[in-house]
Design a binder for this molecule. Structure first.
Ligand code: SF4
Ligand code: SF4
Length: 446
């Protein structure tokens, strides 16, 4: 794509990066075929190619974001399906991140939109505030029909109430800064940091508890680094760069302290949405003299938990005839390019694994998308759930808390994290989310 940025514009490193990305796009339109919003809406401006043109026009013209650009960029899920499809290697993620940041700086949103986004950014990255908000949502649940009728914000507030779990899990004892020693015998001991996360640690603390059991049983010492907080992904995708960088820096410092102290072989993440952002820290902080090196080190150490477990050589101690539908989160398959490890591990653990038809299409979760764009998110959830239920699985496995929450609200089939099944198969407890109906499927291995 031809561009016409001035030399003065290109002196800004963020603009220079976006200009390079824009030049790689050859307008072929292959990406439109796998874009969820284009599939739903059929509008070129809701396709990757259309958005790329809108962003180019906005940035090149040195313009403040218009309501039209904001509408179509807001509808983008950042699912990155377009990056997997693009034959030309267009780095849409960095381009849309820049656009979101530009929108945040130059566009004045409606008061209700601003307020909702500010509340989400204030609450979600902080487990204590999030837990309180979920209690409030529980109290507010009976008033959902009234809330839904409120002008302008009703549908979004109703979506928030919808996503709150009916019962909040209790506090998980391992969810604290601590070191969990290896218990399994291995010739080569390893030591990893495990991200505690923000929303996940409140909604499904059992995910990380299973990861700790699985890793320690296989000879890995696990540390929850003191001082670590949200990775910054949630606010990053809302264009709130200052918030996200502040959160990310705190977490980088905590991990670098561990790496320079007792040492780390890897930094593991059980939420692929967070993993995609952490792997991108090196890019995010490339122009920050105080953090560029540290951020690049963290990104180099970051791995999805399944990438690391795949190197350990797990062996099941039970036999199972459970059928697992594996839902690959967009951040897992498109963001991190992890497509084989989780399924291979589940098969190695003895489960029958089925692929979900249209597996490349987003479930509509996408961070805060299911709250900010509830209609589109609801349509994508219905499509995803129909595809999953057609496989008639006993259980759904995924590697991202957002997907687990979004899909779990649309089906009675239990949904668990991949590591919960791997932990169960190698000697851990049955995942709490799996009902008793699935239990007889397991017997002790010979
Ligand atoms: S990130 Fe997803 S929703 Fe956004 S343009 Fe790409 S394919 Fe479409
Ligand atoms: S597939 Fe890639 S090169 Fe083709 S229009 Fe989409 S982003 Fe541009």
């Amino acid at each position: 794509m031809q561009t016409n940025f001035s030399l003065a514009q290109l002196a800004d490193p963020a603009m220079a990066t976006s200009e390079k990305i824009l030049r790689t796009c050859v307008h072929c339109g292959f990406c439109t075929a796998t874009c969820p919003t284009y599939l739903l809406l059929g509008d070129e401006l809701d396709s990757p190619r259309g958005r790329i043109y809108l962003i180019k026009d906005m940035l090149e013209g040195g313009k403040a974001a218009s309501a039209e650009v904001v509408k179509h960029v807001d509808r983008c899920l950042s699912c990155l399906s377009c990056m997997t499809t693009c034959p030309s290697g267009v780095h849409y993620m960095h381009l849309v991140d820049h656009a979101r940041s530009h929108i945040e700086e130059t566009f004045s949103r409606r008061l209700d939109d601003r307020a909702l986004r500010a509340i989400l950014a204030f609450v979600l990255p902080h487990p204590g505030r999030f837990r309180l908000a979920l209690w409030a949502a529980k109290l507010g649940a009976p008033f959902k029909p009234l809330v839904a009728r409120l002008p302008r914000v009703g549908n979004r507030l109703a979506a928030m109430l919808d996503l709150a779990p009916a019962a909040l899990p209790g506090r998980e004892p391992t969810n604290r800064p601590a070191t969990f020693p290896a218990v399994g015998a291995r010739a080569e001991r390893k030591r990893v940091a495990l991200l505690r996360g923000c929303a996940q640690s409140v909604l499904r603390p059992d995910f990380n508890a299973a990861a700790i059991r699985l890793l320690t049983r296989h000879g890995v010492e696990v540390v929850h680094a003191d001082g670590e907080g949200c990775c910054g992904a949630l606010t990053h995708h809302m264009g709130r760069t200052d918030d996200s960088h502040t959160q990310a820096k705190r977490t980088i410092d905590a991990w670098i302290g561990e790496a320079d102290g007792a040492g780390l072989d890897a930094i593991l993440v059980t939420a692929s949405g967070c993993g995609t952002t952490i792997k991108d820290y090196g890019f995010m902080f490339r122009d920050d003299p105080a953090y560029a090196d540290k951020a690049a080190r963290v990104s180099a150490l970051a791995k999805d938990v399944t990438e690391f477990v795949a190197t350990l050589g797990i062996a099941p101690v039970i036999e199972s005839d459970l059928v697992v539908a594996y839902h690959s989160a967009c951040s897992m398959q498109h963001g991190q390019g992890i497509r084989t490890e989780p399924k291979a591990l589940l098969k190695q653990a003895g489960f029958t694994v089925k692929d979900v038809p249209e597996g490349h299409i987003c479930c509509g979760s996408a961070g805060t998308y299911n709250i900010l764009q509830p209609e589109l998110a609801g349509k994508l959830r219905a499509r995803k759930v129909a595809n999953i239920e057609r496989m008639r699985p006993d259980v759904i496995a995924t590697g991202n808390i957002g997907c687990a929450t979004q899909i779990g609200k649309g089906t009675a089939i239990p949904i668990v994290h991949t590591v919960e099944l791997l932990d169960w198969a190698t000697g851990g407890p049955r995942p709490a989310a799996i009902g008793r109906s699935a239990e007889p499927a397991l017997q002790a291995a010979e």
